[in-house]
Design a protein around this ligand. Structure first.
Ligand code: ADP
Ligand code: MG
Length: 385
């Protein structure tokens, strides 16, 4: 939905023009999975899909929220009653952002919000971060808070962790807030330092496909917590603050020290090799060489997530295996796992046959057809009007 439609929706709902319209994108992660809560490296880029919000200030301590994508009506909340006890409602995301801003001492006195999003929800493409960041950016502008993107991302993460109650890392919100068109974002999740890495796939005759399996396995939340706890255990056993502190060159020694802690060994191996893969991809892209060389690194990342970290699932493996069997240069699951989406790097000329092959494989396995679309590195959060 475009800025104009969202603006008109606002006028119909609230009876006045909004003060402005903002957009914030979903993201895919090129490489660096399950590293962001280990202080490690990630490399997402923004999707063309965005959450768009029309917003006006209020001065009476009231927050009104409406999503064009849900049949839920306008929610009206009082700012002084906002408290982290999520009822599972979608309003927890924007309300959590307002709560986090106010908790940090920023003078937000109320708002009317109407939004719509083209980011597929629950597909591992960060529809939640898009929602948070678009509201945060709108309030940042309207209340002249002057916060930079990385700081808005931090507040949005706090909203999601504390107010919504989802223990996610900092990647999603930073990607939505800070990505630039034509670039992937190399982010060090320890100190939040970032670097824009040019990624122009089309110039090399390449495409990056996102394949949304449309599957979400119910236990994903609990498994995510288990992996996080296992990583923390590994760091504690190895005497480091976070697994990020284990250098790739020291991996074998670290694994030997973990002795018969087989599960922890696997988790540690994934995180340390995954950080190394991010650095490898950055080096490849910065060298200006052939981007095709990134393919095998993606595929190695998938094997590590499947075999060591154990967060893949049959549907994601089916996408990756089928794509590779039909000429893909590389493929891997992206996002938390247990469903959601995979990415496939391919020659532009192979895209059609490859897409058909993945669709046929899903049909043969009796699965609902996946959603396949091309991902072009797009702009981060911005004001539209
Ligand atoms: P992901 O971020 O991977 O898409 P999450 O479970 O983190 O998945 O976030 C999905 C949730 O975000 C939805 O359940 C809903 O509460 C909220 N959400 C996403 N898009 C919208 C939307 N357009 N309108 C209202 N709520 C939305
Ligand atoms: Mg999310």
């Amino acid at each position: 939905m475009g800025a104009q439609e969202v603006r008109e929706g606002f006028v119909r709902l609230y009876g006045a023009e909004p003060e402005g319209v903002w957009a914030a994108p979903g993201r895919v992660n090129l490489i660096g999975e399950h590293t962001d809560y280990n202080d490690g490296f990630v490399m997402p880029f923004a999707l063309p899909h965005t959450a768009v919000a029309a917003v006006s200030r209020r001065t009476d301590g009231v927050l009104r929220l409406h999503s064009a994508d849900l049949d839920a009506g306008v929610a009206e909340l009082r700012l002084d009653e906002l408290a982290p006890e999520s009822d599972g409602s979608w309003t927890a995301y924007p309300a959590g952002v307002v709560w986090a801003l106010r908790e940090a001492g920023h003078p937000v006195t109320g708002a009317d919000v109407h939004l719509a999003s083209t980011v597929p929800s629950g597909a591992g493409l960060s529809s939640s971060a898009a929602l948070e960041v678009v509201v945060a950016l709108a309030l940042n502008d309207l209340f002249a808070l002057g916060l930079p993107g990385w700081q808005l991302a931090r507040l949005c993460q706090r909203a999601e962790n504390v107010y919504v109650g989802a223990p996610t890392g900092i990647m999603d919100q930073t990607a939505s807030a800070c990505c630039e068109s034509g670039h992937a974002l190399f982010l060090d999740t320890r100190d939040l330092s970032q670097k824009q890495i040019p990624l122009d796939l089309a110039a090399e005759g390449l495409r990056l496909l996102v394949v949304d399996t449309q599957v979400t396995h119910a236990h994903s939340g609990g498994e995510y917590g288990k992996r996080r706890a296992g990583c923390e255990k590994g760091a504690a056993l190895l005497g480091v603050d976070a697994l990020r502190d284990i250098a790739y060159a020291d991996l074998d020694a670290a694994l030997a020290r973990l002795g018969d802690e087989e599960e922890v060994r696997r988790l540690v191996r994934h995180v340390v090799t995954e950080d190394q893969r991010v650095e490898q991809v950055v080096a490849l892209l910065e060298s200006g060489g052939d981007t095709r060389a990134v393919g095998p690194v993606l595929t190695a990342g998938h094997a590590s997530l499947r075999d060591d970290f154990r967060v893949s699932c049959p549907e994601l493996d089916l996408v990756v295996d089928t794509a590779l069997a039909h000429g893909a240069l590389g493929a891997r699951m992206t996002g938390g796992g247990f469903g959601g989406s995979a990415i496939v790097l391919a020659e532009a000329t192979d895209v059609e046959a490859l897409t058909k092959a993945v669709e046929a494989a899903f049909a043969a396995a009796g699965l609902k057809a996946p959603r396949v679309f091309e991902a072009v590195p797009s702009a981060g959060a911005r004001r539209l009007s």
